[in-house]
Ligand binder design. Structure first.
Ligand SMILES: Cc1cc2nc3c(=O)[nH]c(=O)nc-3n(C[C@H](O)[C@H](O)[C@H](O)COP(=O)(O)OP(=O)(O)OC[C@H]3O[C@@H](n4cnc5c(N)ncnc54)[C@H](O)[C@@H]3O)c2cc1C
Length: 449
């Protein structure tokens, strides 16, 4: 097999993957379709263009999971963080960047690298041999999307995300909510208690519907298809179809007995289900929504039991091409059915510039090692990068898999830390998570040098 690494897509992930591999001495060809073939969101022909906001979110590496991911990417000599630091704008604790010079610098630095070649043109078919990384992002061109779907099966490649909000389990008031599957279905006790239920009275339900109807919503961008699939209608669209629609849909109160008030029949029930193997994250079942983030938090906290809820991610529906990675990829990010092809970036089912670039960084290092005949482990599970890769290639529920931001809910709990639970212990817990992550990430980097 030839020793060149081919990368399809020179966005956040593809640029970072190319840089990592090139820095390790591997010849890289980036295949980028822009500017000849455009997407509805990109405006230039530059590599690593930011398609929307100019923020890389929190830069706090002690108390924030995305800040920790910044730290790890800096430690690994990432080009995306180097450019972000060079083109930083004042934004409090957040890392905001001057978008045009940011992308221009990544573009020029990669073009100038002796190991990197950029070839412009759309790739429309899956490569038969050679070493490849597909990093074509949420707006993968339709021809390539069709070729991927043919390989993976149509069910395993989504063209939209329909994200239900995800809540940190520890932030739910269990004096109000209770665990029970409808009609206690299931063989084991775990299955019979697979759902967390939040009950609503008639007055609470009516107020909730009013708030849903009044909430600010986002619209699809031009060029995005606004046709919803009936299986994943946003809750506000269901409410618009009739005030009772939700009560006969995801909020139906049947088959459930409130363990706190066994004699009281709920008028409606909101159900949450485990979103990761650790059980630290729960998604609100059937609650995909296009409410704006501010409105969404307000409306969702009207749900009894969720008054103090903290959200690992809010809901949304977007044009987004992504794989069912838990079933399709191995932990080296290779397509199980064609191991000469890796995937990286948002198409793997992570969400956000930073997460996408981080998955590019990892794929670039893993591919370079393979080409050079070295074996490296994937990033350690207790690091932010590792928590993400373990989530998308194994920890996430494959059946309900939707794109994920990095967050502390993906981290394995601390053993015997002696740190208090709840809000008071949170600061110490996050510091302990990030200390543990930094130590393990550094060890992982050292093992490669
Ligand atoms: C409209 C929109 C707004 C977003 N806003 C934000 C935001 O504000 N903040 C945030 O953190 N995240 C945002 N995201 C999510 C996501 O993090 C970014 O899209 C991010 O750029 C993903 O990185 P990526 O490398 O996976 O994909 P991209 O950065 O999109 O890079 C993929 C590249 O592949 C190229 N390509 C596609 N198909 C082919 C092909 N067949 N052949 C050759 N090249 C191809 C594309 O031209 C592109 O350059 C947004 C996404 C979208 C769609």
């Amino acid at each position: 097999m030839e020793n060149t690494l081919h990368i399809i897509g020179g966005g956040m992930a593809g640029s970072e993957a190319a840089w990592q591999a090139a820095q390790l001495g591997v010849k890289v060809i980036i295949h980028e379709m822009r500017p000849a073939v455009e997407t509805f969101a990109h405006q230039t022909g530059n590599l690593a263009e930011m398609v929307c906001s100019n923020s890389f979110r929190s830069d706090d590496s002690e108390q924030n999971a995305v800040g920790l991911l910044h730290w790890e990417m800096r430690a690994a000599g990432g080009i995306i963080m180097a450019s972000a630091d060079k083109h930083r704008l004042p934004a409090g604790g957040a890392l905001a960047v001057d978008r045009e010079p940011f992308a221009q610098w990544v573009n020029d630095t990669l073009h100038a690298h002796p190991n990197v070649t950029v070839e412009y043109g759309e790739i429309t078919a899956l490569p038969e041999d050679g070493h490849w990384i597909i990093a074509t992002g949420p707006l993968t061109s339709s021809a390539l999307g069709a070729a991927i779907a043919q390989e993976t099966g149509a069910d395993a490649l989504a063209f939209f995300d329909a994200i239900a909000p995800i809540v940190y389990a520890e932030s739910i008031n269990m004096d109000v909510a209770w665990m029970q599957s409808r009609y206690d279905k299931g063989e084991t006790e775990e299955e019979q208690k697979a759902y967390l239920n939040c009950p609503m009275s008639k007055a609470q339900y009516e107020a909730f519907i009013d708030a849903l109807l009044a909430a600010d919503k986002t619209e699809f961008h031009e060029g995005e298809t606004a046709g919803y699939f009936d299986g994943c209608l946003p809750i506000e669209v269901m409410a618009e179809r009739g005030r009772e629609t939700l009560r006969f849909g995801p909020m139906k109160p049947v088959g459930l007995t409130n363990t706190h008030k066994p004699d009281e029949k709920a008028y409606a029930v909101v159900q949450l289900r485990r979103d990761n193997a650790l059980g630290t994250l729960l998604n609100i079942v059937g609650f995909q929504t296009k409410m704006k983030y501010g409105a969404q938090t307000e409306v969702l906290r009207m749900i009894p039991g969720l008054e103090e809820a903290r959200f690992a991610r809010l809901g949304g529906i977007h044009r987004n091409t992504f794989l069912n990675s838990p079933t399709l990829l191995d932990d080296q990010m290779r397509l199980k059915s064609r191991p000469n092809i890796r995937f990286a970036g948002q198409i793997t089912g992570v969400e956000g510039y930073v997460e996408s670039a981080a998955m590019g960084l990892l794929a670039g290092r893993l591919a370079a090692a393979e080409i050079q005949g070295r074996t490296i482990e994937t990033a350690p599970q207790n690091s932010a990068m590792g928590a993400l890769i373990h989530h998308i290639t194994g920890g996430a529920e494959a059946k309900t898999f939707q794109p994920m931001n990095v967050n502390f809910g993906l981290f394995a709990p601390l053993e015997d830390s002696g740190i208090k639970g709840g809000r008071r212990g949170r600061k110490d817990r996050y510091k302990a998570y990030t200390d543990r992550a930094k130590g393990e990430f550094n060890q992982w980097l050292e093992a490669q040098s």
